[in-house]
Design a protein around this ligand. Structure first.
Ligand SMILES: *[C@@H]1O[C@H](CO)[C@@H](O)[C@H](O)[C@H]1NC(C)=O
Ligand SMILES: *[C@@H]1O[C@H](CO)[C@@H](O)[C@H](O)[C@H]1NC(C)=O
Ligand SMILES: *[C@@H]1O[C@H](CO)[C@@H](O)[C@H](O)[C@H]1NC(C)=O
Length: 424
């Protein structure tokens, strides 16, 4: 028979308003988007239900669009997107996707809970390749055990999705399927997605908003999560205007998030290239005036001032293939809450760099001497667990894959319920 749903798909959250000017805070509770690929144009349908076996009584239709890779073969495939609606919060669903021409096997996911009063658990990492994906077996096991509500993949996929006429992208999506078909797999672009103007990245994921996943935000329990592209600062030939557009969007999103801060006190950002790092390479973050931190030519559209001004709590980064935690920091100055409990009432944002999920480039070494703002450095494969317990408490743990799942960093960030916008 003709190939239908060829078994790889990623499931992502999506705002129901996608296509309209980026709407914020309108994420429709009880919705989930399923994305998958076929080699021939077929209808896009998801069948779903509550029972593990037997018929799947519910149905949702979606749309597909052709995607042509930029490689010499101009490989063409079809990306299907179907949004399921009216899901009951916290309830597990069984689904399959495809059409009369072929169906996927069955997968399961749990609909997200509604409102701010629950405790989301996230797996966070970047730089996961199709070769040497060290952390993946453990992430798969964690996922099967129901440890997470969502994944944040902080850029750099497959190495690279466009490679070998996008076949590496196919392979990668199949690899992550046991995770990505069970959890909302939320992304931001990294430098490895750059080819053909990030087209493989934009096509293969379905992020909220109308920027094809370059920047967007969403609410999750007591947190507002902002995903953005650090790459606009580096690949200027794709458009300088993107730096400016993103910056203005970030500012207005932060303003709105702060109006809603009593309900959702945490503002968490994810972007690929860090502002600071103490690795032994020549990356942007090793320069005193890094572009992400200080902007173009050291003064235009820098993000450190912006994030500080709006009281961003936690900044998640990757790019360096290692794990590093910083003391609360602003402009190279450490702003501990106190010497005994630096992360209780910190007076500056907390940065975590977690890019050691595993890829063909292996791990990145650190500079010999840690900097005064560097709290913990781990050069081991692994990933981060982020538990947003409630409006005042967040738990961060680093899992070492090299040490068979041992927790090698463990810290609580505590901020007061009110007055979050300003760092004093
Ligand atoms: C690259 O893509 C962005 C949108 O994702 C678009 O605004 C920009 O104009 C594109 N650049 C080029 C050179 O095609
Ligand atoms: C911040 O706290 C840590 C841990 O107590 C300490 O080692 C470091 O020196 C402190 N930094 C400053 C500037 O107080
Ligand atoms: C959050 O949980 C911690 C630990 O259980 C607790 O001490 C704190 O009061 C809680 N905060 C809120 C706002 O409920």
């Amino acid at each position: 028979g003709a190939p239908g749903c060829l078994g790889w798909l990623s499931i992502c959250l999506q705002l129901p308003t996608s296509g309209l000017p980026a709407q914020w805070g309108t994420y429709e509770p009880g919705s989930m988007t399923v994305t998958w690929t076929t080699w021939v144009p077929t209808r896009s349908e998801v069948q779903f239900g509550l029972q593990l076996t037997g018929p799947l009584p519910l149905r949702a239709q979606g749309t597909f669009s052709p995607f042509v890779d930029g490689g010499v073969l101009r490989r063409k495939f079809y990306i299907h997107r179907v949004t399921l609606r009216g899901l009951l919060p916290g309830v597990q669903y069984v689904y399959r996707c495809g059409s009369s021409r072929g169906w996927s096997r069955r997968f399961r996911f749990r609909a997200l809970k509604n409102g701010p009063h629950w405790s989301p658990r996230l797996a966070v990492f970047g730089d996961l390749g199709a070769d040497n994906p060290k952390a993946l077996p453990r992430l798969r096991r964690d996922t099967q055990q129901g440890m997470y509500d969502a994944v944040l993949h902080v850029g750099d996929f497959a190495y690279n999705m466009d490679q070998d006429n996008a076949r590496v992208g196919d392979k990668f999506m199949r690899l992550i399927e046991p995770v990505a078909a069970s959890l909302p797999y939320m992304t931001c672009p990294g430098n490895h997605e750059e080819r053909y103007n990030f087209s493989n990245y934009k096509a293969r994921f379905t992020m909220p908003g109308n920027t094809e996943g370059l920047w967007y935000s969403w609410d999750l329990g007591p947190a507002h999560i902002i995903s953005f592209s650090t790459e606009v600062y580096f690949f200027l030939h794709y458009g300088r205007h993107l730096v400016e557009r993103q910056f203005h969007w970030l500012e207005s999103d932060l303003q709105k998030a702060n109006k809603n801060r009593a309900a959702r006190p945490w503002i968490i950002t994810m972007g690929h290239r860090p502002m600071y790092c103490s690795n032994a390479d020549l990356d942007d973050c090793t320069w005193h005036e890094s572009k992400v931190r200080k902007g173009l030519r050291g003064k235009f559209y820098g993000l450190e001032d912006l994030f500080y001004k709006y009281g961003v709590d936690l900044q998640l980064w990757a790019h360096e293939h290692s794990y590093e935690r910083l003391w609360p920091i602003y402009n190279y100055q450490v702003f501990n809450g106190s010497r005994e409990t630096p992360y209780t009432n910190p007076r500056g944002p907390v940065h975590i760099i977690t890019g050691s999920a595993g890829c063909e480039e292996r791990l990145t070494p650190f500079s010999l001497f840690p900097r005064p703002w560097s709290a913990v450095r781990v050069k081991e494969y692994g990933y981060t667990r982020l538990h947003i317990l409630n409006g005042t408490h967040v738990h961060i743990q680093q899992v070492s894959d090299d040490q068979d799942g041992k927790i090698v960093d463990d810290v609580w960030v505590v901020r007061p319920l009110l007055g979050r916008m300003m760092y004093l």
